[in-house]
Design a binder for this molecule. Structure first.
Ligand SMILES: NC(=O)c1ccc[n+]([C@@H]2O[C@H](COP(=O)([O-])OP(=O)(O)OC[C@H]3O[C@@H](n4cnc5c(N)ncnc54)[C@H](OP(=O)(O)O)[C@@H]3O)[C@@H](O)[C@H]2O)c1
Length: 218
């Protein structure tokens, strides 16, 4: 699987890209500036095995991959996607964006126009198969391949193929358990809950992620 990450030079894109590459995927880290993406990839290769299949490109290069992750800040999602829409028709597009704002020592969830950033993505690229996933994963833990992960990852989509594809990718990463949380309407609650997790992280100086009990062995 070749995965492209729009805005992949940030902590989330770097971390997710590294983990997917460590699981055997080919990853293209996208950027508004291809030379910046190349520098970021060079820094990753200095720290982690050069054999990991990670390359840098412009966001258009990342958008031409089989599966595309949207990993820009929430307010950059629409301007990033708009010129790339034609690349994304018919593809699985995974939104990890959370619309949050810092208020003192708390994070608060904003209300995106269509209820969630994933719904904003789906509206912007209507012919893509959009899934929402990965919102609760702390980038700092993803980016350190020496750390074991142990997290549930909620996935939702209106397209069964997108749910299957996102869950398959996430399941390939050791320590992640993807869970099918239903339709894209669930993204509103999933994204908003990130504000609570980040507030806990600030309060307890932690890097928490989601772990649900009571689901048994899936
Ligand atoms: N950080 C986390 O722990 C975490 C966890 C789960 C989900 N998320 C979500 O994942 C997304 C990325 O998080 P992050 O912390 O990696 O974000 P970030 O570092 O703020 O941004 C990621 C990349 O987006 C690009 N970007 C920034 N401003 C832009 C703009 N105005 N227009 C177009 N591109 C722009 C930049 O890449 P270039 O300058 O190279 O183009 C930047 O490196 C966010 O939506 C966040 O809510 C984050």
């Amino acid at each position: 699987m070749h995965v492209g990450i729009l805005g992949g030079t940030g902590p989330l894109g770097r971390g997710l890209g590294l983990r997917l590459a460590a699981a055997g995927a080919s990853v293209t880290i996208g950027s508004r500036d291809a030379s910046r993406a190349a520098e970021v990839v060079e820094a990753l290769h200095r720290r982690w095995p050069r054999s990991l299949a990670v390359e840098g490109a412009g966001n258009d290069g990342a958008a031409s991959c089989e599966v595309v992750v949207v990993a820009t800040p929430w307010d950059a999602v629409v301007p990033t996607l708009r010129p790339l829409a034609a690349h994304l028709d018919g593809k699985v597009v995974i939104s990890v964006a959370n619309a949050l704002v810092k208020q003192g020592r708390e994070m608060h969830a904003l209300a995106p126009p269509r209820g969630s950033m994933a719904a904003v993505v789906q509206a912007e690229v209507p012919k893509a198969l959009v899934a929402a996933a990965g919102h609760h994963l702390p980038a700092s833990e993803l980016e350190d391949l020496d750390r074991s992960l142990a997290a549930d990852v909620l996935v939702c989509s209106d397209h069964p193929e997108a749910t299957r594809s996102a869950m398959g990718l996430l399941a390939s990463v050791q320590g992640l358990r993807p869970l099918d949380a239903g339709s894209l309407a669930q993204a509103a609650a999933i994204e908003a809950f990130t504000a609570v997790l980040v507030t806990l992280n600030i309060r307890y100086k932690a890097h928490s992620s989601l772990g649900l009990t009571g689901l048994g062995h899936l």
